[in-house]
Design a protein around this ligand. Structure first.
Ligand SMILES: *[C@@H]1O[C@H](CO)[C@@H](O)[C@H](O)[C@H]1NC(C)=O
Ligand SMILES: *[C@@H]1O[C@H](CO)[C@@H](O)[C@H](O)[C@H]1NC(C)=O
Length: 298
């Protein structure tokens, strides 16, 4: 038998200023995840491209429909991207990507097998400056090849990648283009996207917090503090006891699947313990840390 004592606090009064400023520092990222399968199945097309702005899905493209489609709030932002043009670009990328997967399978003389090829690339802006960029591929979950923009060159991380490198560096201009993509084109696109939709990345949604208590015979009482529906992801959640001692630290922070995050933290309290315990919550959306007391055994 357990008892559940939910405590829901009205948080609106505690809201800090959430007005995005023109000089927001970021970081902001634009990144892409490509996945190619040698044996597509229902629901798993041979090629899928996902684009992200920070941690938010931005658009999806699949080999089935061959259309780049904006996702979530980004489908409401007018003039952010020319989706026809984006679809054409992704089609061309898909072709190169799947040829590379075939080349690797040929190298390993395994034309019939079930294999997965993944690419990740993107760039980051801080204070409007290009800060970091990356471009790498993995075959069956192992590092395959990555671009080093300082050399600049593709660096083979797998025997089969030596051939890929030869192909992708067949002309000097290919390497210069890859470097320019990471250092200029990608940050340029990201700046343009920020001009249209930064408000969606700068949103600050405060956590709702619920404190519950559960006790089973012969065992400690479990106090659970759940924070949910907050954005962005970072949160500090802990139980503290009356003397201020910190009892726990934040647990995992998980996406709720609706564009928000959730996290919880539990502490075990011996049945005879009558001391007050509180859940302490810090989040960028809160002007000051929030303390939610556990009301004690009812
Ligand atoms: C950001 O950097 C770009 C390229 O350097 C420049 O054109 C633009 O004016 C800058 N924007 C701001 C707000 O400083
Ligand atoms: C109950 O909690 C106390 C202190 O929090 C801990 O030392 C003890 O091991 C716990 N007992 C059980 C049965 O979990």
């Amino acid at each position: 038998m357990g008892t559940m004592v939910p405590v829901l606090l009205p948080l609106l009064l505690l809201l800090g200023p959430a007005v995005p400023q023109e000089t927001q520092a970021g970081p902001y990222t634009l990144s892409f995840l490509y996945t190619g399968l040698s044996r597509p199945r229902k629901g798993f097309p041979s090629f899928q491209a996902m684009a992200y702005l920070n941690d938010q899905p931005f658009f999806r493209y699949e080999s089935e429909g061959r259309k780049a489609e904006p996702l979530g709030p980004w489908s409401q932002v007018e003039g952010m991207e020319d989706w026809e043009k984006e679809s054409e670009l992704q089609k061309a990328r898909e072709d190169i990507f799947l040829v590379t997967l075939r080349d690797i399978m040929d190298y390993y003389k395994d034309r019939e097998g079930s294999h997965i090829f993944q690419g990740r690339f993107g760039c980051e802006l801080r204070n409007n400056e290009s800060h970091a960029a990356f471009w790498r591929y993995a075959y069956d979950g192992q590092d395959f090849i990555e671009f080093n923009k300082e050399i600049p060159a593709w660096v083979a991380l797998d025997p089969a990648a030596v051939n890929t490198k030869l192909k992708w560096e067949a002309e000097a201009v290919y390497v210069q283009r890859a470097k320019a993509y990471l250092e200029e084109e990608c940050p340029g696109m990201l700046r343009r996207y920020l001009r249209h939709g930064r408000v969606h990345l700068d949103r600050q949604d405060p956590p709702s917090v619920s404190v519950t208590s559960h006790v089973a015979p012969g065992q400690n009482r479990t106090l659970k503090c759940l924070a949910y529906d907050f954005y962005p992801r970072g949160i500090d959640l802990r139980w503290t006891s009356a003397d201020g001692a910190q009892e726990t630290e934040s647990g995992d922070i998980l996406p709720s699947g609706n564009g928000y995050y959730q996290s919880w933290v539990v502490v075990g309290v011996p049945p005879q313990d009558r001391a007050p315990h509180s859940c302490h919550v810090e989040h960028i959306s809160l002007a000051q840390p929030l303390t939610v007391p556990w009301a004690g055994p009812q």
